[in-house]
Design a protein around this ligand. Sequence first.
Ligand SMILES: [Zn+2]
Length: 326
Amino acid sequence: MQEKLYAAVDLGGTKIYAVLAENCGRILSSVRYDTQLDQGPEGILEQMAISVREVLAQAGAGSDRLSAVGVCLAGFFDWQRRVLIHSPNIPGLDQIRMEERLSEKLRVPVLAENDANAAAIGEARCGAAAGSQDVLYITVSTGIGAGLVLGGQIYRGTRGFAGEAGHMVVKPDGFLCGCGRRGCLETVASGTAIARAANEVLQSGKATLLRELSRQQGGTVNTATVFRAARDGDKPAQEIISAAIYYLGIALVNLVNMLNPEIVVIGGGVSAAGEDLFVPLEKAIQNFAIPPAAASVTLKQAILGVEAGVTGMLCLLTEAERIREG
Ligand SMILES: [Zn+2]
């Protein structure tokens, strides 16, 4: 008998990434498209269906071999009604029965999940935290998100909104956040926050290495630029990085005290800074978290990168199948 196939789709604000995999997890084919935001919700649902048909075609597999499809995206779900309430990255994708609608198009069961939860499951099942039951996954990129895997399962909270670590208030008198409140973690420690602070330094006219690096990059600065300048001894860049790490450290210490995780995995673009980020964060946990919680936690860099979401969805699909088959 031929192996069952599963497709997973990561729907982002700029890209749609789809993969086809065998039951065991081996990836057979993949496609990446630009998300057609101008096509509206209907067009985006259709684009996701097309991406699944395309990975099947690429692998030379008939649609009869497809068992189920998993979709992950940044969004708030109503899990009781199985409705996507809102996606911050994709305008118009509100109050949609995404699983039902895609299932009608593809004629197989569809499972949808928040992208940070999917990435958390990916890292917890077969990534940096493989084998661990209590994992806190934090992604630090343009924004900051988190997924909690507690007792081996996604922890959702009472209505499904658990894990909004980016909106932990760490600086009450700080900047206004996209969520409408002030001082959220992502206003001071995300890639966006680091780049904004760098631009403020540039505009202030201070002497800084950032000016030359920015010129080399066509007038732009990003997190990598600031980490590089800091490593080369640039004071203003070092101050920006220390501030971001200080606030990220506060959030991590509180989360470690609250959840007593076995492993904290940090992913997202900012985690590419490696030791420059992980060494001071590790120190913050060891110095400020309650000693028994600090002693039992390991901080790790995510290893699945852009594959984290689809990997997590493939894990969830095969686990759901196992439960169905008893
Ligand atoms: Zn916020």
